[in-house]
Design a protein around this ligand. Structure first.
Ligand code: ATP
Ligand code: MG
Length: 369
């Protein structure tokens, strides 16, 4: 709706000026140059200008710049000829063809910009699509494994007892325990996917209340008992005697612990050893989880916290996983103003640390006393 002066030479107008321009009220089809009658030779093909505006701005001739689709891109505007003479047929044909070239150049530029944008969008879409299908396949894989074992053990429990082989009560409760453990695993998976999506959309809220860090560690270890037992894991704890209290969302804190513990378990060889430590340092209250697992390559260390990122599968690492665990841990740490750290050596093991900020309530020495 406005015409803006893009560049000029020898016009007294300044660059900031713009003119209101009403396309709807335009009487001309803009197919011909528009000019002041007394500035052009007679008999030329042009549209006579209505006068006032051309006079005020010192315009003798205006050449419409039209796109290929006949959209108005602007005008090329000329003042009087220096000689004071009228524009000739030759002038007009030269100027018209120059204006056409300018229009083409602008059109091409617009097209290029559109193509670039389109390319960017399609690249981004392809990337998202790839991530999505990878995610769907890994989530369904993760869902299938526990479902298969739930089904199997439920069927075993339902087998009609034969006199020769009744199911002993210990075996029954062992099967029930497996079913329960697998259900917990499924619940955790569904939670972490939903939680991640919620945080991504800015819908996740955390309620920070005073929490005993040692208490949370003990609770998380209890929730993992079944998995530790199934995988012959030696778990050691070294919990701070200061019984640190941190400002945290209870569920989120447990989520962090469960994710780090299940990684420690998952990415370790046959002889699994996990140590959980809590410590009160000057820099904050630290939670550390050590494993003696396969370790993480230096080039992967910065990437493992990205959503969906999984280090290249190796012979010693299981294939399953969504790659969301550590991304979730990172989201939660950020929401708690906590600092995440990782140290690792291939074949030796890894240590993940979460350093919570010290607040007035972080050291509860009374409790210790
Ligand atoms: P999910 O947690 O959703 O089941 P995941 O474990 O693959 O999937 P993350 O927990 O985000 O996803 O971990 C990302 C990657 O970081 C893992 O695939 C693994 O390669 C590497 N990793 C994480 N923790 C450890 C660890 N303790 N030891 C070795 N590698 C690890
Ligand atoms: Mg994980």
């Amino acid at each position: 709706a406005r015409l803006e002066l893009v560049a000029h030479r020898n016009f007294s107008e300044n660059n900031q000026q713009s003119l209101r321009f009403d396309l709807a009220r335009l009487t001309s089809a803009l197919e011909k140059p528009i000019g002041q009658e007394d500035k052009l030779e007679q008999g030329l093909r042009f549209e006579p200008a209505s006068g006032k505006l051309f006079h005020r701005l010192g315009i003798a001739l205006a050449l419409p710049l039209l796109s290929e689709k006949k959209e108005l891109l602007g005008f090329w505007v000329l003042g009087e000829k220096k000689s004071g003479e009228r524009f000739t047929a030759e002038d007009l044909s030269l100027l018209t063809s120059a204006a056409m070239h300018a229009s083409l150049a602008i059109d091409r530029f617009h097209l290029q910009r559109e193509l670039l944008l389109e390319k960017e969008t399609s690249e981004r879409l392809a990337e998202l699509g790839e991530m999505k299908s990878f995610f769907v396949s890994s989530v369904s894989h993760e869902l299938k494994t526990p479902l298969a074992s739930i089904k199997l053990y439920a069927q075993l429990l339902q087998l009609p007892p034969t006199d020769a082989m009744p199911l002993p009560p210990e075996t029954r409760s062992e099967y029930a325990e497996i079913i329960e453990g697998e259900c917990d695993r499924l619940t955790r998976l569904v939670h972490s996917v939903l939680d991640f999506a919620k945080t991504e959309r800015g819908l996740k809220t955390y309620h920070l209340t005073p929490q005993s860090l040692n208490g949370a560690v003990i609770h998380a270890l209890k929730l993992m008992t079944y998995q530790f037992k199934m995988q012959n894991t030696v778990v050691t704890t070294a919990l701070s005697e200061h019984h640190p209290t941190i400002a945290a969302d209870r569920d989120a804190l447990i989520e962090v612990l469960l994710n780090l513990l299940s990684n420690a378990l998952k990415y370790s060889g046959a002889e699994k050893q996990i140590t959980v430590r809590t410590e009160v340092l000057e820099s904050g209250v630290v939670l550390a989880i050590d494993d003696n697992g396969i370790g993480i390559a230096a080039e992967d260390l910065t990437k493992i916290f990205e959503p969906f990122y999984r280090a290249a599968p190796s012979a010693s690492a299981p294939a399953g996983g969504t790659g969301l665990g550590l991304a979730l841990v990172k989201q939660i740490a950020d929401a708690h103003h906590a600092i995440l750290g990782v140290r690792s050596r291939i074949g030796i093991g890894s240590t993940f640390t979460v350093c919570f900020p010290t607040s007035q309530l972080s050291i509860n020495l009374d409790q210790h006393a």
